[in-house]
Design a protein around this ligand. Structure first.
Ligand code: UT7
Length: 354
């Protein structure tokens, strides 16, 4: 449907029908990532968690991950990515209309990290700033929320941040090895703007099924632990640590991600041949491989960087997008598909014309 908004249509302005078609869509105008300098290899974890490099590589594809230095809050890790994305978009922090953060490891229990980033960026205006909690699917949920604000004309410059310091959530002892070896720290940020050409977010699809809650969660601090949400007893029972039924999560991920990719293709009347690259949440190399196989897709089209960073939760997709761009895996005008699956269960896909 062609809808010309008065916001974009100036009297006497010549606009091609192609541009009109995308006028109310959002585009990614700036993108950047940041990972901590500290490299933690599988060998570093061998003594700590009674694991082996061989087990981790075979089961997950991870060779190393980054962990922040002790005491670095999530917002400090995310800040360089935010600044670079803003610069790439050709705007200043004060041009932002909204900041939305996806994370499960915010600096504080409340408020969210978005107002903290607003302050650290030096934004002097009182803009909208809030967090969402959608775990590994958060980045695509952010794209969905942000692009709606652009499409309605409410905002023109939105900073979306997917950032997690997973290393502060982990049990780094042998008891925690099943999840402890999988996660890393990292941040990605994008700036959304109304598009002025064919580059745009073509579609987003987000889903959840709460039947998966028990399969992957960290319960504390939480109001179910009345009255303090967290205390010595809650910690002694390990409720503050992530718990995962890895096999169940795996089985669902390899069904839901291909399904979500297909929804994105069908919605946009596309086939896999039209797609330059699929960028999926990096949780396990075998999940990527199985998903590609189920799609009848070559691994050449499935981006992989899990070996370098592990699972950085909300940050895997923007980090992968940045690296894939740097490697020339897609370029202006190409179509890419994003997909994710994680705690909730939540899952999602997005189709983007770059
Ligand atoms: O991003 C959020 C979404 N999360 C995911 O998508 C993760 C999905 N799940 C997975 O990626 C995989 O299930 C894991 C990588 C988590 C685990 O791989 P798995 O092949 O499903 O292994 P498993 O959990 O069935 O464990 C196999 C064995 C067990 O020993 P037994 O019972 O066979 O004797 C575990 O105790 O491996 C043992 N094990 C380990 N051994 C060495 C579990 N963790 C480790 C470890 N090092 N770190």
């Amino acid at each position: 449907m062609i809808i010309a908004s008065s916001r974009c249509t100036k009297p006497g302005l010549q606009i091609s029908s192609q541009v009109l078609l995308y006028m109310n869509k959002a585009k990614i105008a700036g993108i950047a990532y940041n990972v901590p300098d500290r490299v933690v290899t599988n060998h570093d974890l061998e003594d700590m968690m009674d694991t082996t490099d061989e087990w981790i590589q075979t089961r997950s594809g991870i060779k190393e991950r980054r962990w922040v230095e002790d005491g670095m809050p999530n917002s400090d890790m995310a800040l360089p990515a935010c600044k670079e994305a803003i610069e790439n978009a050709g705007i200043k922090p004060d041009d932002l209309d909204a900041i939305i953060v996806g994370t499960v490891s915010s600096d504080y229990n409340f408020p969210g990290m978005a107002p903290i980033i607003q302050q650290k960026l030096g934004v002097t205006t009182n803009i909208s700033a809030f967090d969402i909690s959608a775990a590994c699917s958060a980045f695509i949920y952010l794209l969905e929320i942000g692009s709606q604000f652009i499409q309605t004309g409410k905002y023109k410059n939105i900073l979306l941040v997917g950032s997690d310091v997973m290393s502060c959530l982990l049990d780094k002892t042998p008891a925690g090895r099943a999840t402890g070896v999988l996660f890393g720290d990292g941040a990605g940020a994008v700036v959304l703007q109304p598009t002025d050409d064919e580059s745009c977010i073509l579609s987003t699809h987000t889903y959840a099924n709460g039947k998966g809650v028990e399969m992957l969660h960290a319960k504390a601090p939480g109001s179910m632990f009345y009255p303090n949400r967290i205390d010595a007893e809650v910690i002694a029972q390990g409720h503050h640590l992530p718990v995962q039924n890895g096999r169940e999560v795996f089985k669902n991920a390899v069904v839901r991600m291909p399904e979500a990719i297909n929804f994105a293709l069908e919605h946009n009347n596309l086939s896999l041949e039209d797609v330059s690259l699929v960028i999926a949440h990096q949780a396990n190399y075998r999940i990527l491989q199985t998903s590609a196989k189920r799609m009848g897709m070559s691994m050449d089209k499935m981006y992989v960087n899990i070996h370098k960073y592990g699972n950085t939760t909300a940050a895997t997709i923007p980090i992968a997008m940045c690296e894939a761009l740097e490697e020339g895996k897609f370029t202006k005008g190409d179509i890419i598909i994003l997909t994710a699956f994680g705690a909730g269960y939540t899952w999602a896909s997005a189709a983007i014309r770059w």
